[in-house]
Design a protein around this ligand. Structure first.
Ligand code: F6R
Length: 630
């Protein structure tokens, strides 16, 4: 764990960076255990403020472990949850009440009467009184000892969206568009996400004696840095933590990425100038002052806090040339290696050719979003390309898609010349339509509906992959069981998942693997998929093919790589970008983030251009995870 030391000038609230969310969760849970044990002696209760969402999941798992293995009792604990969707009752699978039962309360010995969660199903006219009573209840037990928080991409804590005042109390609020987009997968489409919620106010939260805000993954990096280093503002309610006497941020390395001490470490203290750090500094400087790498002069280095680098690795012009060459060598139109060519300075080795490339897509759309153009190139260059859809993705398919499919099937079967021969299909279609009606807009999908939705996504992936010339038989649908038995934010991988991946890898013995999710929230589909893959690859590292296999990381819906992080940049012509977009248009349920992939690819090309390299239409970028053998 790294604590701030030189970073104080930038970080206005105490921030601890942990190597992983699991380690941060362990540290926080140990602190809570100590508090519970201490209070037990004096017979006083501990009052905890709870959060929901993906962030606290590893922390709740650790509390459950402490209860089960170390016999930690929660009899003496009182809890208050931050918020609840308005319009859902406590039995709704996406209600926070249900989440808390599943993730924590059903697994520990906390008395039911000690649990407090705002009620989301009261009539409008009773909400105000309910909120006031919630505040009074908190005060009546002596206030919250320690409040757990997550942070939304809008910077909200609880559901205090931008504009919430420092004095705000528990109330009904309207959810921000970004917050609703982020919850879209949970509710199978943005249009199904509740518009309102009841939340503790910023003022309620700040009354807690201690506050700990947790954040994981790169998607939280930008907002986390603003909350920690930016001004205190109503536009980012998490920034109010800066004014609290005992507030701390517990974040992982992904979420820490935009902090000055990580992003621009030379502004904070002495830096050990590794090749990656050197590249970061030169690239940052060039983009910052909008001057191509080869035109940087010594004064630029001195004026941007890089005199140290200059004296260690200068003169400036030599350094410029070195970094320029490194960047130049990341660009290749041959992601599978260029056969028969000298490959010392190419990102991928020339031999063997062709290569067997396995492209892992956590959900059926991720690989096309992240690397559709590169798939196109690999196929064109004769490689043996396999697209592996790790999960069915069925949870993201809106009911409207299932309706469309089932009603078309019903109509088709009924209109054929020999309807009697189609009774199975008719019965299936009618049953699917019945189940859709029965469960209603917010209801949980039955196994049959999940299967139908999974099949719809399969069709879409086949169709999208076809637009890139991937043959049907080269697409593998793994349907990892953890996904089929879970819900978003609450998945738990099992040994069966690892076993399926292992079998596939041993059978295919790939030369290249493309994967994503290393920087994702660890309980997201991509995060779980990546962890499983990493674990299986490590189990198999003794096998000959595995030690020679290159693992390339791509970015699906996560934050794209920055130019200094890229080891392979695959350019796309305007025509290739069109082909990728055509492939993406085959999906019926892309999020707005996924739809913006062309802009992301164009922005990466723009960076290369600004650094003084060639000007391409668009670029897909990759990072090498394992070094290829020399
Ligand atoms: C949840 C809550 C929210 C979440 C935030 C992050 O009770 O109050 O502020 O903490 O939206 O959500 P996740 O953890 O799902 O990224």
């Amino acid at each position: 764990m790294s604590d701030r030391s030189h970073a104080e000038a930038y970080e206005k609230v105490h921030t601890s960076i942990f190597p992983s969310s699991a380690e941060a969760a362990k540290a926080l849970a140990a602190e809570i255990r100590d508090l519970i044990l201490e209070r037990e002696k004096s017979g006083k209760p501990v009052v905890l403020g709870m959060a929901t969402g993906s962030t606290p999941v590893p922390f709740y798992r650790e509390l459950i472990r402490l209860h089960e293995q170390e016999k930690l009792s929660f009899k003496n604990v009182i809890t208050f949850n931050l918020d609840e969707y308005y319009g859902l009752n406590a039995d709704h699978p996406e209600s926070y009440a249900c989440f808390m039962r599943e993730q924590l309360f059903d697994h520990i010995d906390i008395p039911a009467e000690n649990i407090n969660i705002p009620c989301g199903s009261l009539p409008r006219e009773q909400v105000f009184a309910h909120c006031r009573e919630y505040e009074e209840k908190i005060d009546a037990v002596g206030g919250i000892d320690l409040q757990i928080l997550g942070i939304g991409r809008t910077g909200h804590i609880g559901f205090n969206e931008p504009g919430s005042s420092r004095e705000s109390l528990t109330r009904r609020i309207t959810l921000d568009r970004i917050t609703r987009q982020d919850a879209a997968a949970d509710f199978r489409g943005e249009e199904n996400v509740p518009r309102f919620a009841i939340t503790m106010g910023v003022g309620t939260i700040l009354r807690a004696r201690k506050l700990v805000l947790m954040a994981w993954g790169e998607n939280k990096a930008a907002i986390t840095a603003k909350a920690i280093e930016g001004p205190v503002t109503e536009a980012i309610s998490a920034s109010f933590l800066q004014d609290h006497p005992d507030a701390r941020f517990f974040i992982d390395t992904g979420a820490a990425r935009e902090l000055t001490r990580i992003k621009l470490p030379w502004l904070v203290g002495p830096v050990s100038w590794t090749p990656r750090e050197t590249r970061r500094a030169v690239v940052w400087q060039s983009l910052q002052i909008k001057r191509p790498v080869l035109k940087l002069i010594d004064e630029d280095y001195n004026e941007h806090g890089l005199s140290d680098l200059l004296s260690e690795q200068g003169p400036g012009y030599q350094l410029n040339i070195r970094i320029f060459n490194q960047l130049q060598h990341t660009i290749t139109g041959w992601p599978g290696g260029k056969p028969e060519e000298e490959d010392t300075y190419r990102p991928e080795r020339a031999k063997p050719y062709p290569k067997r490339s396995l492209i892992f897509s956590p959900e059926p759309q991720d690989a096309i979003v992240g690397m559709g153009g590169t798939i196109d190139r690999l196929i064109e260059q004769g490689h043996d390309v396999w697209v592996i859809s790790m999960t069915s993705g069925s949870l993201r398919v809106p009911d409207s898609e299932a309706y469309k499919f089932a009603s078309t099937l019903a109509e088709l079967a009924g209109n054929l010349s020999n309807p009697a021969a189609w009774t199975t299909q008719t019965t299936y279609a009618r049953e699917a339509l019945r189940q859709l009606d029965e469960k209603g807009e917010f209801g949980e999908d039955t196994p049959m509906l999940r299967q139908l939705k999974g099949l719809i996504l399969r069709g879409e992936l086949r169709d999208a992959a076809h637009a890139l010339n991937v043959l049907r038989q080269q697409i593998v649908f793994l349907n990892l069981p953890y996904y089929e038995h879970g819900r978003y934010r609450r998945f738990k991988a099992t040994p069966a998942d690892a076993e399926m991946l292992k079998k596939l890898l041993q059978e295919k013995k790939p030369h290249q693997i493309y994967a994503t999710g290393d920087a994702a929230d660890p309980s997201s589909v991509a995060g779980i998929g990546y962890k499983l893959l990493e674990q299986v690859l490590s189990d198999l590292r003794g096998e000959e093919w595995a030690s020679a296999c290159t693992l390339w990381l791509y970015r699906g819906k996560e934050k794209p790589f920055e130019p200094h992080e890229i080891d392979m940049a695959v350019p796309m012509s305007p025509l290739q970008l069109d082909r990728k977009l055509r492939a993406l248009s085959r999906y019926g349920s892309l999020t707005s983030l996924e739809k913006s992939t062309a802009d992301i690819n164009r922005a990466t090309a723009g960076h290369y251009d600004a650094l003084g390299l060639a000007e391409y239409e668009a670029i897909e970028s990759f990072q090498r995870r394992t070094r290829q053998p020399q």
